[in-house]
Design a protein around this ligand. Structure first.
Ligand code: DAH
Length: 339
């Protein structure tokens, strides 16, 4: 008999449910007016005297176990009910909101656009699939011009007149064809070059082109504009313009900023010189103005072009250009911005 009761105790101990009806069935089975315990207590008088003590202890234990069980499960179910009310558990921590972040290329592009719009530049765009005229010829790069080799080109369907633009300078041409001076415009966009992909270069990247056309524009205006930009963008106020060559500008220059030599990284990225090249620029070649329907005797101006990836890599200390295109969320979610 006592063995049977011990089995009941085991059953009561291991009982569990999250359902009110099942709990009630359990209560009725053990504690109800026609339940097991009622029968067992009734049985008590038939138990031989020498076994009464042990029998009494086990049925008491069964009673306490069953009662405790009913009580704890009941409480758990009730608190769950309260928690599941109209608003749920108001003390529960909130669900984390997953806030997206802008791509670092967009962040840097927006910064550049912001800086130039503060001094009156508007934003213009052009197509990524271009024709020879807008990408090359109008920019003083006629067919067979050796400088075309500087930009390995993707052609579309073996038609040499349809290509993926190799630079955003093509937008200059389109803008000048459609607008009269004075012109102050910047053109951000994606460009394509048939180059091997490595940590430092990619076949797809982004540039921002700048164009300023008016009467009596001087090289000093260009330099001052770039100085303003580098101060705003990098907080650096020392730049130098090194003579260079681009077919669409004359004279042409490459712009270096003085980055400094404070850290080991500064040494590495500036190759120990402290100077970093950030863009190409120059006074728009009169041929280009004439090609685009602007009278070069009356108007002149300057242009510049820079790579966005290069600037983003500098600002965020990113060592491999390929990271921008892999869309690894662990990389992307590190960039937070207000623009
Ligand atoms: N288009 C040039 C390039 O892709 C960059 C550039 C250089 C643009 C000088 C300009 C400029 O407008 O004046 O490398």
């Amino acid at each position: 008999m006592t063995d049977k009761i011990k089995e009941y105790i085991g059953e009561a101990q291991s009982f569990t449910t999250d359902n009110k009806e099942t709990l009630e069935a359990f209560r009725i089975k053990f504690l109800g007016s026609k339940g097991l315990l009622k029968d067992l207590f009734a049985e008590f008088k038939n138990v031989p005297n020498d076994q009464k003590k042990e029998f009494g202890q086990v049925i008491n234990l069964l009673k306490v176990t069953a009662e405790d069980k009913v009580k704890t499960i009941q409480e758990a179910l009730e608190s769950k009910e309260v928690a599941g009310g109209v608003y749920g558990d108001l003390t529960r921590p909130g669900e984390p909101l997953v806030v997206g972040s802008r791509h670092p290329i967009s962040i840097v592009k927006n910064q550049i656009v912001d800086i130039f719009s503060n001094i009156g530049f508007n934003v213009s765009e052009g197509p990524e699939i271009e024709d020879d005229w807008h990408n090359f010829t109008a920019l003083n790069l006629p067919e067979y011009h050796p400088a075309r080799d500087m930009q390995d080109t993707f052609f579309i369907q073996s038609n040499p007149d349809v290509l993926l633009r190799t630079h955003t300078s093509s937008v200059q041409v389109r803008y000048m064809e459609e607008n009269k001076p004075p012109i102050r415009t910047i053109s951000p966009g994606r460009v394509f070059r048939n180059e091997a992909v490595s940590s430092r270069s990619h076949c797809i990247f982004h540039q921002v082109e700048g164009l300023y056309i008016d009467q009596n524009v001087s090289f000093a205006d260009l330099k001052q504009t770039l100085l303003y930009f580098t101060k705003e963008m990098f907080g650096k106020s020392k730049i130098r313009l090194r003579p260079s060559y681009f077919p669409f500008t004359e004279p042409s220059a490459e712009v270096d900023i003085y980055w400094g030599l404070k850290t080991e990284t500064d040494y590495r990225i500036t190759k120990g010189t402290g100077w970093l090249e950030i863009m190409g620029c120059g006074m728009v070649d009169p041929n280009v103005l004439n090609n685009c329907g602007i009278d070069a005797n009356k108007y002149n101006g300057f242009a510049f072009g820079m790579g966005i990836e290069r600037i983003a890599m500098l600002l965020y200390q990113i060592g491999d250009i390929r990271m921008f295109y892999e869309n690894d969320v662990r990389f992307l979610e590190q960039f937070k911005s207000s623009i």
